[in-house]
Design a protein around this ligand. Structure first.
Ligand code: SAM
Length: 288
């Protein structure tokens, strides 16, 4: 059974009374090259276990099962379960879990199903939860080696943007802190059924063993980054003064200047190291 074949997908949908849900971001892949390249890129590092988010009719799941010893796929929609039973009947190394990934304890799942990992995550992500899924994977503390995912092109450009570059946002800085991010290829709307309105991209995040910057207080570090990008056109000192009323503007100015930056710098221009220095100085109450 060829799961990239549009007629096969239509036959399966008709036989199981399945209707595509826009709300659940159900755009299924119909391009063999995209499916194969995504699975291959995901498995490059030789890790034995894969976690997939949103298997749909199982097109990527089936391909992943060729590369991995064990694949666990988390799918929210009950309606695809009977379809998956049929399409993955030959894949003994695949387990499907009917759950909302946003309500799943990923750390516990990885510990339970993969003996603590390491695990690669691979997915054609439903677009309505791209950023929260990636954020919760990055912050889960689980033993994840890499994340290879299809997302909207604009989101991909933002996720892989280097801190200080034009496309960088708070999420790019969070990604760069924990992973090395690269874009693999773009995928046009014609590669899906139904076709989405936008172009997609596959990106790969290779998790770092240690974060890209040393910080005293991660919570404050991320709060500083969030504040800097919330008002990215403003001077950093003003953005931080708005976000942290318990620090005086003078303390903030000192933290910025002691980090080697000019007082009128904008937050969007900062490297991870500068964010780390500022948050470390603030966490020490700035020695003034
Ligand atoms: N992997 C399939 C493919 O590439 O053809 C389907 C990808 S489709 C873009 C996204 C899939 O994620 C759908 O099967 C959808 O039902 C599922 N999904 C949506 N929200 C989810 C959630 N919160 N938790 C788990 N799966 C979800």
């Amino acid at each position: 059974m060829k799961l990239t074949d549009i007629n096969e997908i239509k036959r399966l949908a008709a036989r199981h009374g399945f209707k595509f849900s826009k709300t659940l971001g159900q755009n299924f892949l119909t391009d063999e090259y995209v499916v194969e390249s995504t699975a291959e890129a995901s498995a490059e590092n030789g890790v034995e276990y894969a976690l997939e988010v949103g298997p749909g009719f199982g097109v990527l799941t089936k391909e992943l099962s060729k590369y991995y010893k064990k694949v666990v796929a988390v799918e929210i929609d009950r309606a695809v379960l009977p379809v998956l039973e049929e399409t993955l009947a030959d894949c003994q190394n695949v387990t499907v879990i009917n759950a909302d990934v946003m309500k799943t304890d990923l750390h516990a799942l990885i510990d339970g199903h993969f003996n603590g990992g390491p695990v690669n995550v691979a997915a054609n992500l439903p677009y309505y939860i791209t950023t929260p899924v990636i954020t919760s994977l990055l912050e889960s503390g689980a033993n994840i080696s890499s994340i290879t995912v299809m997302v909207q092109k604009e989101v991909a450009d933002r996720l892989v943007a280097a801190p200080g570059s034009k496309d960088c946002g708070a999420i790019s800085a969070a990604v760069a802190y924990r992973a090395r991010a690269k874009k693999l290829f773009d995928v046009p709307p014609e590669c899906f059924i139904p076709a989405p309105k936008v172009t997609s991209s596959v990106i790969k995040l290779e998790m770092r063993d240690v974060p890209a910057a040393a910080v005293e207080d991660e919570k404050l570090f991320f709060a500083v980054i969030k504040a800097a990008f919330a008002q990215r056109r403003k001077q950093l000192i003003n953005s931080l003064a708005n976000a942290f009323p318990h620090f005086s503007k003078e303390q903030i100015r000192q933290a910025v200047e002691q980090s080697g930056l000019s007082a009128d710098v904008r937050g969007e221009k900062l490297s991870l190291e500068s964010f780390a220095k500022i948050s470390d100085l603030l966490s020490k109450g700035v020695n003034i």
